[in-house]
Design a protein around this ligand. Sequence first.
Ligand SMILES: *[C@@H]1O[C@H](CO)[C@@H](O)[C@H](O)[C@H]1NC(C)=O
Ligand SMILES: *[C@@H]1O[C@H](CO)[C@@H](O)[C@H](O)[C@H]1NC(C)=O
Ligand SMILES: *[C@@H]1O[C@H](CO)[C@@H](O)[C@H](O)[C@H]1NC(C)=O
Length: 512
Amino acid sequence: MGHRRGVGGGVVAGLFVLLLPVLFPTLFAPFSHASPSIFSEYNTPRTRHSRLIKSAVQRQTSDKQQSELWSPLPNQGWKPCIESTSTSEILPENTLGYLQVFLDGGLNQQRMGICDAVAVAKILNATLVIPYLEVNPVWKDSSSFMDIFDVDHFIDALKGDISIVKELPEDFSWSTREYYATAIRATRIKTAPVHASANWYLDSVVPVLESYGIAAIAPFSHRLDFDNMPKDIQHLRCKVNFQALRFVSHIRSLGDALVSRLRYAPGQNEAIDSKFLRGIADAKENKAAGKFVVLHLRFDKDMAAHSACDFGGGKAEKLALAKYRQVIWQGRVLNSQFTDEELRNQGRCPLTPEEIGLLLAAMGFDNNTRLYLASHKVYGGEARISTLRELFPLMEDKKSLASGEERANIKGKASLLAAVDYYVGMQSDIFVSASPGNMHNAMVGHRTYLNMKTIRPNMALLGQLFLNKSISWTDFQDAVMEGHKNRQGQLKTRKPGQSIYTYPAPDCMCYS
Ligand SMILES: *[C@@H]1O[C@H](CO)[C@@H](O)[C@H](O)[C@H]1NC(C)=O
Ligand SMILES: *[C@@H]1O[C@H](CO)[C@@H](O)[C@H](O)[C@H]1NC(C)=O
Ligand SMILES: *[C@@H]1O[C@H](CO)[C@@H](O)[C@H](O)[C@H]1NC(C)=O
């Protein structure tokens, strides 16, 4: 609509904007209708735990506490172990045909789908076509596999395991997403059950491959069992996840730049307390490398609405979230059957930026902590983050660390932004997530595999502590410390039904 503001023309432009709706009421009808709710919805987030915040801002931490917090995890006896145990390294001469998969979800859900697709191709002796990434209705990013992952590395890393093609040969070029979207097709398998067994694929997909030379599976997310799989298949899934999937080079170089700016903040080192210089001396720069935490904060409107929790934004926010639930899920949200107090007691509410700040402060992170904020959009914007920033003034994100020019390739692309955050998250000394979602699980798994520190917030404990409006800082801190002693990366082995990508031991790790 372009109401351009000339130099010094703010007042005039302001008047212009105010007058336009009067002059063209119909043109602006949607805007004037939407504006009151936007303003009231976004204005209100305020501190909910102001007593705790007041103490947290004045917190003191001891050097001993600091060194414990930042020290790497001790060796827990587990190490990666995914060497192939199969007797022959030779691929079957003739594959049964081509396997296509269409993957829903955000980047981290698609990542699991890619690993499972390789495993299914192996089970079927099929040639895998580079998976197709669907555009997610929330994230709206149309980036393809090749836009995100280094496809040549992927093919090369798996060349001893399965054969992979970037594109179907001419004879099969009809087998596209559009082809399957427009009618029922004999080569599409749409009935794969959730957590299907290897035998299900052999029984149901082999005949299709034999008849047509191709099979397209959609939906495919979560369609391969985590249990009762041959060891080789489990190893292969981990090999894909932890070795074959590498981001494209522009993502890695931007990630490296961000990491280096976090570790060697220019001009910061002299200005701030020497406690920041906790790291080892870096030979190249002859300067101590600072350590940093990555905080994954998924707190968008979608998630806030879906949780059905009350986030302190008052009546306007409550109404806005209820309306969103109605529009997107027609009100069918399990959590909305419970009161806010019940949800918090059960640990079913994502932590707000303020609450995750209090958790980190209580665990002993001081105000010189370098915090990298990995997040997409924060519902409520800067107003919602300001309390967290008060506790951690050295908070950074992609925008504060990299220029617009450096970010041009990833701008507005949710999957590429998430890829950068994943990459930076994997380099961090400590990773913590404010809600247990796909990104959190992917990080927990990958960092477990490499024995790196990851804080898993005890959601139920925190929910209960935050319900106590009279709790003292000391009691809060003691309870948080006690409740997170064993939630900082201590390895947990996978239980039946759990994801191999979240718990890679014992399937993909050996105990020595
Ligand atoms: C896949 O190939 C292996 C080795 O060549 C063979 O033993 C197995 O039966 C094949 N599986 C299928 C489903 O064709
Ligand atoms: C951290 O807190 C101390 C004392 O409360 C203050 O002097 C210092 O400036 C703070 N550091 C930062 C980076 O804000
Ligand atoms: C709430 O906190 C206060 C002060 O820290 C404590 O004495 C009290 O036992 C707590 N109440 C509950 C229900 O935990």
